[in-house]
Design a protein around this ligand. Structure first.
Ligand code: SAM
Length: 257
């Protein structure tokens, strides 16, 4: 075999290997979506309605107009519950688009097809303009976001001035202890992470990003049965936030509408 045909064979092998790799990655994204859909319809099903109720109450969403984003919404079960309780247009922004056919079909069946959208999005580089969303929520996703500082900075950038983010993992505070315990038991002893350490990490991120208007919620922390309700971070973008201010151009500030 001459040198050139050897090189061609090597190039062909590399191409075939990379195609196999891409197909494998696609298959594993598909399988991950199927597993999460099964969880959302199964053991996690009791989480979404009370969580939506709590979000609507805490963030005063019932009569709000505009755009809500659920970042890492996956099957979008939370969005459907939020549609039932608010007037906002909800966007499912998730890195894995294999969720979208399920999500859109589910929203349509529930009568919300005109009220929702879906877009492939990596939290670390959101495909939205500055000051786009009135509210950004997220459940059970931030732990996968890679560079947390980058991702939370993106959430802040995309929020409208005065808009609020509510991001966390776990269960709504309103879920009764016995129900939470049963749900956690069904998934072994529950997720294995240090809630106190996560709180410190989130506080450090807020400090680095210069976000002072935030609250960390740890529902039922220290309950006698040690049921893990998780951790939630709520922060609001200053109503007088300006792009120039954030970008560090003092003196060149323009208020955004
Ligand atoms: C455990 S699932 C939670 C899904 C949904 N929030 C729920 O509670 O039913 C985690 C979700 O985060 C998404 N995700 C992971 N990394 C992401 C990223 N960097 N940007 C956006 N979404 C991401 C996954 O595709 C998945 O849908």
């Amino acid at each position: 075999m001459d040198n050139r045909s050897h090189q061609r064979r090597v190039a062909l092998c590399i191409l075939l290997l990379s195609l196999c790799g891409a197909a494998g990655a696609e298959r594993s994204r598909q399988e991950a979506a199927q597993r999460m859909i099964a969880a959302a319809e199964g053991g996690l099903a009791p989480v979404y309605a009370p969580l939506a109720e709590q979000l609507v109450r805490t963030l005063d969403l019932a009569d709000m107009n505009g755009i809500g984003i659920d970042l890492g919404s996956g099957p979008g079960t939370l969005i459907v519950e939020l549609c039932r309780r608010s007037k906002l247009h909800w966007v499912n922004a998730d890195i894995n688009p294999h969720f979208f056919p399920y999500f859109l079909a589910r929203a349509e069946t529930a009568g919300f097809s005109g009220r929702v959208s879906a877009i492939r999005a990596d939290a670390q580089r959101l495909p939205f303009r500055d000051h786009y969303a009135d509210v950004i929520v997220s459940r059970g996703s931030f732990q996968f976001w890679g560079d947390h500082e980058k991702a939370f900075a993106e959430v802040y950038r995309v929020l409208k001035p005065g808009g609020t983010a509510y991001i966390g993992r776990g269960l709504p505070a309103s879920m009764p202890l016995e129900e939470a315990r049963t749900l956690r038991r069904r998934h072994g002893s529950g997720p294995k992470y240090d809630v106190a350490e996560t709180e410190q990490r989130l506080r450090r991120i807020m400090a680095t990003l210069g976000i002072t208007d935030y609250t960390i919620h740890r529902p039922h922390a220290g309950n006698p049965q040690a049921v893990n309700y998780g951790i939630w971070l709520q922060f609001t973008k200053s109503a007088t936030e300006t792009h120039a201010k954030r970008c560090g151009f003092p003196g060149n500030e323009k208020k955004v509408e």
